[in-house]
Design a binder for this molecule. Sequence first.
Ligand SMILES: Cc1cc2nc3c(=O)[nH]c(=O)nc-3n(C[C@H](O)[C@H](O)[C@H](O)COP(=O)(O)OP(=O)(O)OC[C@H]3O[C@@H](n4cnc5c(N)ncnc54)[C@H](O)[C@@H]3O)c2cc1C
Length: 257
Amino acid sequence: MPRHHMHNVIIIGGGLAGLSAAIYLGRSRRDTLLIHSGRSMAKWERDAQNYLGFPDGIDGNDLLARGFAQARCFNAEVVEDEVNALKHNREGWFEVASTAQLYLAQRVLLATGLTHLLPDIPGAKNCLGKSLFFCKDCDAYRVQGRSIVIIGTNNEATEYALSMLLFSSNVLICANGSPSRWDTAHAGWLGEYSVPVIQEHIGSILHDRGQLSAVVLESGESLGTSRVYDSRRCLSSRPGGASGCSIGQRRSDCRRP
Ligand SMILES: Cc1cc2nc3c(=O)[nH]c(=O)nc-3n(C[C@H](O)[C@H](O)[C@H](O)COP(=O)(O)OP(=O)(O)OC[C@H]3O[C@@H](n4cnc5c(N)ncnc54)[C@H](O)[C@@H]3O)c2cc1C
């Protein structure tokens, strides 16, 4: 078996979290390897306006490029690869494996992020990051005064709708064919603030180069809309699925059906 270089730390994930960790560990003079598969959610940020130090906004790809350059400044090694297995071996080292390579380290830091699940609606992908969003904290400010459809069925969807009323008086919830699952307190608040709820399936989203013009229901009715929020459903992308469990990590799944 070939001899492998032993790193102090391997970071899995080259998004904002992994890169920040690489900068700190590099500056702490730890022999650090960052492995990433090039799929950071930040690539979808066309114009992030909430990061300290960028009052004119910054494209997520630019931010990532700066992060990689900064991590390398402090001697963090960066490799683009997909990790598919992770285990603690008998010698006490972590073995981090991709299809072609085996990497070894004393410590592993998982920074693999979450993947937002897009609603399965024709047109949705084209609008992502332009007029369809997941996060009210990142994007509510930029949709002020627009007509807004929140897609969702749970308490979180109602909380999205209620908080969006601070930004627009034209907010409705579309359950997209699923039964609503919010509790009675949330149902009461929707009534109190007169937020309309539509149960019907969405047939498609009409847009021009990602800028939404309407949400078309299966009945053919068209909701004149300029922005859509999908209340978050996300999937963790730990390497090798549940491999975290094999190294003693406890897992909490944030998938929200
Ligand atoms: C459309 C859109 C717009 C957004 N706009 C904003 C905004 O304006 N402001 C804001 O604050 N946030 C915004 N966000 C959210 C922001 O992008 C995320 O919160 C942030 O990227 C999370 O960073 P992270 O490092 O945790 O994960 P990510 O950036 O997603 O990075 C995960 C990393 O792990 C890697 N990885 C995963 N599995 C493996 C594996 N098996 N092997 C190797 N590597 C692996 C990926 O390739 C990636 O490098 C937006 C998100 C989206 C989708």
